[in-house]
Structure formats: C-alpha cells, structure tokens
Design a protein. Structure first.
Length: 71
C-alpha cells in the first residue's frame, strides 16, 4: 500500500494499492479474514520497521529502485 504523493514511473504491480483504494482491494479478498488484533499487530510491525520520512530515505528508496530496474 502506498500513501502520500508517490507516483509510479511504471505500471503499478498487481496487489499494490493506494491508500484511497485499500477498502475496495480488501473487499475483493473476502476469503482472507483477519481479526482486528491481527490487523493491529501487522500495522504495529510496519510502523516499527518504517524508515523515517526524510530526504535520505527518499534517496535510498530511489537508489534501490534503480538497482531493481537493472537486474
């Protein structure tokens, strides 16, 4: 899931969604039902592992994307 003003330079991969489309995406996957506790756990893990929002993080992200493009 992507938030903010990030833009894809290529076609968005399957099952990568923007924040405003998450509800529709989840409704398409009703066979996978998560408990509120599990969702909160996953959210917490993502927040814990998330890198800080700063220019250095942006530069590192672009560098990693560039590496993936050349593989």
């Amino acid at each position: 899931m992507f938030t903010g003003d990030g833009e894809f330079k290529t076609a968005r991969p399957k099952d990568v969604v923007l924040l405003d489309g998450i509800k529709d995406w989840m409704n398409q996957h009703e066979e996978h039902v998560f408990t509120l506790n599990r969702i909160q756990f996953c959210y917490g893990r993502l927040e814990y592992l998330r890198m800080p929002e700063c220019n250095e993080t942006d530069k590192l992200h672009l560098k990693n994307l560039s590496k993936r493009k050349t593989l």
